[in-house]
Design a protein around this ligand. Structure first.
Ligand SMILES: [Zn+2]
Ligand SMILES: [Zn+2]
Length: 264
C-alpha cells in the first residue's frame, strides 16, 4: 500500500492533517481541542491511541491547541524544532521527556517508515516550518502559514504527489474588508499568509501536470470564499498550460470537516 492523506480540518480557526502508511500514523499540527481532534479522527476510523507522533509547524494556537492534551492522554511523541518547543511551552503544557522530540530544521529525520524534511518558511513565528514527507518514491508537501514562497521552497516542493498549499485570502477582499490596517499589513507581509493569487503563481511554477493532487488550505473565513480561492488558483494553473480538470486534481480543504482520504 501507499500513503494516505486526509485534511481533518484547515483554516484560520484551526489546522490538523493526518497521514498514514502501513506502519506509521502521524498528525501534522493539532490546532483544535483534544476532544475535537478525537472526533475528527474517529470520523475516518482512526483511534488517537494508534498515532505515532504529531509534527508541529509553529507555535500559533491554531496549530498547537490540542497537541499537549493528546500527547498526555495517549502518550504520543511531539516533533518540533528547539525554538518552537520554547515558544509553545506555556501553551501546550507539560510533555513527557520521552515524547519531546526535537528536530533540526532543514535536516531529514526518519520516523518509522517515513522520512520528514522540515524546511524554513516565512511567517511571524519563532522558527516556522513546512514539511516534505517521503514514503518510498512518494513525496508530500505541506506549505501553510507562509507569507512568501521563494525559489528555495519551490525547488524543494517540486515533484510532490500531493500538495497542501496555503490559499489564505483574496487580496481585494482583504484590502477592502473590515480588518484593522495593522492586521491587514501583517497578513499581506512576507511573514504573513499566502494569498490565492500567490498560491496560484507558485503552483503554476511547480506543478508538472502528472496527476498531482493539490489541496488548498488555511482559507480565511473573513477574507476568502472557497469557490473564489478554487477559481483563482485554477486560472493561474491553466495559464501555465496545465489542464486543471485532466492533468491534476485541485480540491479544497474545509474549516470544519474532513476531506476524503487521498491514497497515493
Ligand atoms: Zn501561524
Ligand atoms: Zn495558522
Amino acid at each position: 500500500m501507499g500513503i494516505r492523506f486526509c485534511s481533518l480540518s484547515s483554516g484560520s480557526s484551526g489546522n490538523c492533517q493526518y497521514i498514514e502508511t502501513d506502519n506509521t500514523r502521524m498528525l501534522i499540527d493539532g490546532g483544535f481541542s483534544g476532544k475535537r481532534i478525537e472526533c475528527l479522527l474517529s470520523s475516518i476510523g482512526v483511534s488517537p491511541s494508534t498515532l505515532d507522533g504529531i509534527l508541529v509547524t509553529h507555535e500559533h494556537i491554531d496549530h498547537v491547541k490540542g497537541v499537549g492534551i493528546l500527547s498526555r492522554r495517549y502518550d504520543i511523541p511531539i516533533y518540533a524544532n528547539a525554538n518552537t518547543w520554547i515558544a509553545m511551552n506555556s501553551t501546550i503544557g507539560e510533555v513527557k521527556e520521552k515524547n519531546t522530540k526535537v528536530f533540526i530544521t532543514e535536516k531529514d529525520q526518519d520516523i518509522n517508515d517515513i522520512t520528514i524534511h522540515p524546511f524554513n518558511i516565512f511567517h511571524d513565528a519563532i522558527e516556522p516550518v513546512g514539511y516534505l514527507i517521503y514514503y518510498k518514491n512518494i513525496k508530500i508537501s505541506i506549505v501553510t502559514d507562509t507569507g512568501w514562497v521563494n525559489d528555495t521552497i519551490k525547488d524543494k516542493i517540486r515533484g510532490s504527489s500531493l500538495y497542501l498549499m496555503e490559499s489564505n485570502h483574496d487580496i481585494t477582499m482583504l484590502k477592502e474588508g473590515s480588518y484593522p490596517w495593522h492586521l491587514k499589513k501583517r497578513i499581506m507581509s512576507t511573514k504573513g499568509h499566502l494569498s490565492n493569487e500567490d498560491a496560484g503563481r507558485v503552483l503554476g511554477e511547480v506543478l508538472l501536470g502528472k496527476g498531482e493532487i493539490v489541496l488548498l488550505g488555511h482559507l480565511s473565513q473573513e477574507n476568502n470564499v472557497p469557490s473564489l480561492a478554487h477559481e483563482t488558483v485554477k486560472n493561474y494553473i491553466l495559464n501555465c498550460g496545465i489542464n486543471v480538470h485532466k492533468d491534476i486534481t485541485l480540491n479544497l480543504t474545509y474549516r470544519d470537516k474532513v476531506t476524503k482520504v487521498y491514497t497515493l
